[in-house]
Design a protein around this ligand. Structure first.
Ligand code: GLA
Length: 378
């Protein structure tokens, strides 16, 4: 990827610039909890977006996406927003830095990536974090702190891409550290690195290849449901809500809102339980929580789909210790905690059974927990 980017940069813009990268993410547990002030438990992975960038001495940004094979050129004022969806991520990052008083000057960029798109692995957060990190390094002497870099990505989603997301993906992409998951409290923003080395187990992603598009999707609707219930309870978020409190207002809210909030309240506790279980080396409990999350996401939060439920059933049948839909939902991957000795058989079987039913093989990725946003040294 690096060689390809360097070659194309040279062809398009001449003498080389500086290379930066940022990562996609997994999330062990804690889904749809970030925008509810709860806990998440993500880690960055070895799949990245990489960009070569160089100031060009003008007030224009010129950027080429190798994977989409498309070029965009835009100025840095609000009215200069590009029309291509992918370029709005880069434009948004520039604008959000400027809005915070940071400096962005014209630059040339070429980027590519190996984070599968629409698979729930946060390719968009990787793109935002890569450019946020790069522009901080290039024009701002790294004065913008890492949390603000994550928020710049998140605001880009809100203001330029139509997704009212939480902070998990950008946090994971910016803060990721090799071999570590991170437990983030999305209210206080306190976080802790957790060395992740489940002895005897591996994490495997199975990508249904059902494309999810969070923009204009029911994702924003889920968030609205949670906000309505929090308001009814007189709270800022569902973070401190209990099932007793929720049950007390059950007749005042819609059944749909009730089940959305129920999931969030239960999921908050599961993240804490998984952390304790990991500390105790109790993978059975970790796995049981993952299955419970899947059940909640499918039945109560309703962000699953037939293919993902099928993948979950197959995992259970084959004796996989934990499996669940991962990320925003509506397609993408399941994350599976698989015993080493079952690894090969699971992959083989899940591919065959899925193909029999849906006509195409799922993609399978072994998870390697890696570093987040960085400058790529030679
Ligand atoms: C998407 C969002 C995140 C988070 C997850 C669900 O990935 O970008 O902020 O809400 O969905 O946990």
């Amino acid at each position: 990827m690096k060689t390809k980017i360097e070659k194309i940069f040279k062809e398009k813009f001449g003498e080389g610039g500086t290379l930066y990268a940022s990562a996609g993410r997994i999330n062990l547990i804690g889904e749809h909890t970030d925008y509810n002030g709860g806990f998440v438990f993500p880690g960055a992975i070895d799949k990245v977006i990489m960009a070569e960038i160089k100031p060009n001495g003008t007030d224009k940004v010129r950027v080429f996406s190798i994977d989409i094979d498309d070029y965009a050129e835009f100025g840095l004022r609000e009215e200069d927003a590009p029309s291509q969806g992918w370029a709005r991520y880069v434009f948004g990052v520039c604008r959000e830095i400027q809005k915070r008083g940071g400096v962005v000057k014209g630059f040339d960029a070429v980027f590519a990536g190996n984070v599968p798109l629409g698979a729930g692995l946060s390719s968009s957060a990787a793109l935002e974090s890569c450019f946020a990190f790069a522009l901080n390094d290039m024009f701002n002497d790294n004065k913008i702190d890492k949390f603000e870099l994550a928020r710049i990505g998140q605001s880009t989603e809100h203001n330029y891409c139509g997704v009212n997301c939480g902070i998990m993906d950008q946090f994971a992409s910016v803060f990721g550290r090799k071999g570590n998951l991170m437990r983030l409290d999305c209210r206080s923003m306190e976080y802790e690195y957790f060395p992740f080395n489940p002895v005897g187990y591996e994490l495997v992603l199975v990508d249904s290849k059902v494309k999810h598009e969070l923009k204009d999707s029911p994702y924003n609707k889920r968030r609205e449901s949670c906000e309505r219930v929090a308001k009814r309870l007189g709270m800022d978020t569902l973070r401190d809500a209990t099932m007793e409190q929720l049950n007390a207002v059950k007749t005042d809210i819609t059944a749909e809102d009730y089940f959305r909030a129920k999931f969030v309240i239960e999921e908050k506790q599961r993240v804490l339980d998984v952390c304790d279980a990991l500390n105790a080396g109790d993978y059975e409990t970790v796995g049981a929580c993952m299955y419970a999350t899947h059940e909640g996401l499918s039945k109560d939060y309703e962000v699953s789909c037939e293919e993902l439920d099928f993948l979950n059933d197959v995992a259970k049948e084959l004796g996989v210790i934990g499996s669940r839909i991962m990320g925003g939902g509506f397609g993408g991957c399941t994350i599976n905690l698989v015993k080493n000795e079952l690894h090969d058989k699971f992959i083989e079987e899940v591919k065959v059974r899925f193909k029999d039913k849906y006509g195409h093989e799922p993609a399978v990725y072994d998870v390697v927990i890696s570093d987040g946003a960085r400058k790529v040294e030679d």
